[in-house]
Design a binder for this molecule. Structure first.
Ligand SMILES: Nc1ncnc2c1ncn2[C@@H]1O[C@H](COP(=O)(O)OP(=O)(O)O)[C@@H](O)[C@H]1O
Ligand SMILES: [Mg+2]
Length: 248
């Protein structure tokens, strides 16, 4: 299946209880491509991200999700993660008593099925923290406890760098990124892409500024559960001037 796209969503419908939220969502992401997904609040962006990771919160009623040609629609979350899908959560949870480094160790073992020694892990974490401009003491802090917006974002990018996914879904919408956090995300994505040019990225964002720095290959506008228009970065510029009204 070498000619299959990296990631493909076909006519996806999903609902929560009796309410349909995804209403025929289509997207194809090739290796190395960055796709920006934009849309007004409530259009279903986070529902899409969560559904793609296999959350039981949403019921898929029809359509398919394919990863490297394989139909993964019914795969559980852990299997998707192990296969190389990564979701950066919009509101990362605090995990009491678990340090950044220990959390990484567990996630890496789940993703790769190997247990790195504490020393090996510390070395690769330190290398990435340096590239991402993070203080070494960060590794020993408790996950998300008292993290600033920028630190949460650094932590997500650090996870993405170390877990080496093939497809990353980054849901940045509504999380109130300040300028520092935006720069962290932009710089982090650039660093990770430099090391892993085949990584596919779906970047869900409100921020034109972030798109200026990342320069996505494709921009999609999502309204009411599906993509209503796709284009290049000019689409995001139109949006900045005219708002979503033009697409409804
Ligand atoms: N678990 C849920 N229960 C009920 N309604 C939900 C749930 N998750 C999402 N929704 C509804 O689905 C719609 C899309 O939400 P969401 O995916 O968060 O949109 P976005 O991320 O684009 O702002 C909203 O109307 C929201 O209220
Ligand atoms: Mg959202």
């Amino acid at each position: 299946m070498s000619d299959a796209p990296l990631f493909e969503i076909e006519d996806l419908h999903a609902r929560v209880e009796d309410t349909e939220i995804l209403k025929g969502f289509d997207l194809r992401v090739g290796a190395g491509e960055v796709h920006a997904l934009m849309g007004p609040n409530g259009s279903g962006k986070s529902t899409l991200a969560t559904t793609l990771m296999g959350s039981p919160e949403y019921e898929i009623t029809s359509g398919a999700i394919r990863f490297k040609g394989e139909n993964i629609t019914a795969w559980p979350t852990d299997v998707r993660a192990k296969a190389g899908l990564f979701l950066a959560f919009q509101y990362p949870q605090t995990v009491e008593g678990v340090s950044v480094i220990n959390f990484m160790r567990q996630s890496l073992s789940a993703r790769k099925g190997i247990d790195l020694s504490v020393l090996e892990l510390r070395l690769s974490i330190m290398e990435w923290m340096d590239r991402l401009g993070m203080d070494p003491s960060f590794a020993d802090r408790y996950l998300n406890e008292g993290f600033s917006g920028g630190e949460k974002k650094r932590n997500e990018i650090l996870q993405m760098a170390l877990l080496e996914p093939e497809l990353a879904i980054l849901d940045e919408t509504d999380s109130g990124l300040d300028i520092d956090a935006l720069r962290v995300v932009a710089h982090g994505i650039r660093e990770v892409r430099e090391s892993r040019p085949a990584l596919g990225i779906v970047l869900i964002t409100h921020y034109q500024r972030l798109l200026d720095e990342i320069e996505p290959d494709h921009v999609h506008i999502m309204i009411d559960g599906r993509i209503v228009q796709s284009g290049g970065t000019e689409l995001a510029k139109t949006l900045e001037v005219d708002g979503y009204g033009a697409f409804k």
